[in-house]
Design a protein. Structure first.
Length: 145
């Protein structure tokens, strides 16, 4: 059913507000419509399936489990790097997010500096919302073929 609906609708415009389970807002698009092209992985699959089923003017609350949202928190995403291998490694801002470019990556990726102890930086590459169940309020404002 969802695939059949997606074939008929190419774009969906919607308002939204993303919250953590404790109610903290992490993303607010309640005032400006966000438009996506269906089937292009522009939003989480769970959210896209809901948007496909909704009518213009309809509102829903969509709960998304951590594994279907930003993923589960993984200890494997924490990397220890000697500070001498990091430009300005002796000035790493503990607790803040930096953009990290490894020798193998072309694009910098965000990493939270967890600690710098004995000239070794501990970098956390988990998404900031990894391990969090989230809740979206969405309202469809337009659908186009």
């Amino acid at each position: 059913m969802a695939l059949d609906c997606a074939a008929k609708v190419a774009t969906v415009s919607f308002l939204y507000k993303g919250r953590l389970e404790d109610g903290e807002v992490f993303d607010d698009g309640e005032h400006d419509a966000h438009t996506i092209m269906l089937g292009r992985s522009q939003v989480m699959p769970v959210l896209e399936r809901e948007l496909i089923q909704m009518q213009v003017g309809e509102e829903r609350t969509v709960s998304i489990a951590a594994e279907d949202a930003y993923g589960l928190y993984s200890q494997d995403a924490i990397v220890r790097v000697p500070v001498y291998k990091i430009p300005d490694g002796d000035k790493m801002p503990v607790g803040e997010t930096i953009l990290w470019r490894s020798p193998r990556s072309h694009k910098p990726v965000p990493a939270k500096v967890k600690s710098v102890i004995n000239q070794v930086a501990e970098l956390d590459f988990n998404h900031p919302l990894a391990g969090q169940n989230i809740v979206y309020w969405v309202k469809v404002v337009d659908k186009q073929n």
